[in-house]
Design a protein around this ligand. Structure first.
Ligand code: ZN
Length: 501
């Protein structure tokens, strides 16, 4: 590595340091901070966001990029060096188009917004949240205009999370996915009484849940020497450096699923970041390719592994031993069926695999309209409830169970939701590919052995970090583009068996 390239890396690592310090303040806000800290913290986050943004958008970045490129000459497209320059150049251009003042204003509004949302959700008070959401939405629209777009302002926002993806492409995928999905859910609903999840709502003491979840995370490969689990309202995974990738989860005494599957989900995210090549540490490439690809990892561990019969063949005796009073009389088959019950849940994060993407389609449609300015913020609860009824046949009794449930808008994460559904589709495609290479994986999972799968993910996905776009990565792994059919096949086979379709 030449001197110029080293200088570029040094500059990028300093930017990353500022960004990760900001992230740590965000983690603390969600995990530890007393409510009184909200205003001061928002200002601190805004300052760090501004500094990070100023460092990235400084002409020095452009100069270092040009010098490093000149020094490197022709290097392979998939080398660390070429990827570093290619991806950083896109970051630089995306960020130089947004003024620092707007970035700081956005960071402050969203830090405040998070606490206002939390209280509004607790009190079922959408009116209290509406003013700050209006402000966040306005700032977001201004950012989309600065970023630029060809077809829809939403493309500018979506592209921040899913590089190279257009909303028209998402719409096409959803249009193709929706009819067979709605059909499957209708067939399941006709046989809804074949599966009960009552046993999941028995008494599960929190300290034992915590221990079980920690053991499961460790068993599947989440490295606790480089991670830890805390409690937060909305579970997330966050990276401060490759030696410190944390997750959060939540525990309910009378519902075992959120803790187990939330922990496996976030572990999937964290293992992705723990698996990035050490040669990329501290650089803009030391994270996931996109949110969709990230979600493919969390969903694979949560659902393809965590909600499979094979997994519980291994894990259920341990769970039963942990909660003998509540599960002593429940067979592994009854438990497997319970955790895979398809129902009409109001809450996205607790939705089953089959209905999950419908929750996403609702949000995607709403966001497109919000960003286009077609729905005023105060009308959102009505719009939400009407659409929810059309999709699910039920109306949320409160906004807490409806439009106020998600953390995203309060945090300025608009254009983000679609990536969850894309992640489900990608998970199915990657899973099939892993099984083609290693047909022994399902049998290994039954024995509590997960390293063949994790290693395959490390080699094919994790190590590359953010070098490739989601489309490039998917092509490299599967030889194809993103599609919904593999996910549909998976759902139809699994739920066909459970519901006897
Ligand atoms: Zn996730």
């Amino acid at each position: 590595m030449g001197e110029k390239y080293q200088a570029l890396l040094h500059h990028l690592m300093e930017i990353r340091n500022v960004n990760r310090a900001e992230a740590l303040l965000g983690w603390d806000q969600q995990v530890n901070m007393p409510p009184g800290g909200s205003k001061g913290r928002a200002a601190q986050v805004a300052t760090l966001a501004r500094i990070g943004h100023e460092m990235l958008t400084d002409e020095k970045t452009d100069m270092l990029l040009k010098e490093a490129q000149l020094e490197l000459g022709d290097v392979a497209y998939d080398s660390d060096e070429a990827s570093m320059i290619r991806v950083t150049r896109v970051d630089y251009h995306e960020n130089t188009c947004i003024p620092s003042d707007l970035i700081a204003e956005h960071a402050e509004a969203t830090a405040l917004g998070h606490n206002i949302w939390k209280e509004a959700r607790a009190k079922n008070d959408f009116a209290a949240f509406a003013p700050i959401l209006t402000r966040i939405l306005d700032l977001t629209r201004r950012m989309a205009d600065y970023i630029g777009y060809q077809e829809h302002p939403y493309d500018a926002l979506l592209g921040q999370y899913e590089r190279g993806m257009k909303s028209s492409e998402v719409k096409r995928l959803f249009d193709e996915h929706k009819p067979p999905l709605v059909k499957l859910i209708a067939q399941i609903n006709e046989r809804a009484d074949r599966v009960s999840d009552d046993v999941l709502h028995r008494d599960f003491p929190l300290d034992r849940q915590r221990q079980f979840c920690t053991d499961i995370a460790s068993a599947i490969g989440y490295d606790f020497n480089r991670g830890r689990i805390d409690v937060a309202t909305h579970p997330f995974a966050i990276t401060f450096n490759q030696g410190d990738v944390r997750i959060t989860t939540r525990y309910y005494q009378n519902f075992i699923s959120p803790a187990i599957f939330g922990t496996m989900h976030e572990s999937g995210h964290a293992m992705y970041e723990q698996g990035v090549s050490p040669t990329l540490e501290g650089t803009p490439l030391s994270r996931g390719a996109s949110l969709g690809v990230h979600e493919s990892q969390s969903r694979m561990w949560e659902n393809f592994v965590g909600r499979s019969k094979g997994f519980w063949t291994w894990a259920y005796p341990q769970l039963q031993a942990t909660f003998p009073e509540s599960l002593g009389d429940v067979s592994v088959d009854a438990f497997y069926r319970a955790i895979n019950k398809v129902g009409q849940s109001f809450i996205r994060v607790e939705a089953d695999e089959a209905t999950y993407n419908l929750h996403i389609m609702l949000r995607f449609e709403l966001e497109m309209e919000m960003v286009a300015g077609n729905i005023p913020v105060e009308k959102l609860p009505d719009e939400w409830n009407q659409r929810f009824e059309a999709y699910f046949g039920i109306v949320p009794p409160t906004d807490t169970l409806g439009v106020l449930q998600d953390v995203h808008w309060s945090s300025g994460l608009i254009g983000y939701f679609a990536t969850y559904a894309l992640g489900n589709m990608l998970a199915a495609q990657y899973w099939q590919q892993a099984l083609r290479t290693h047909p022994e994986i399902p049998a290994e999972i039954e024995r509590g052995k997960f390293d063949t799968l994790l290693k395959w993910l490390n080699v094919n996905i994790h190590q590359h970090g953010r070098k490739f776009t989601p489309a490039e990565l998917t092509k490299r792994i599967t030889g194809e583009s993103i599609k919904s059919s593999e996910y549909m096949k998976y759902l139809e086979a699994k739920y066909g068996e459970i519901y006897g379709l």
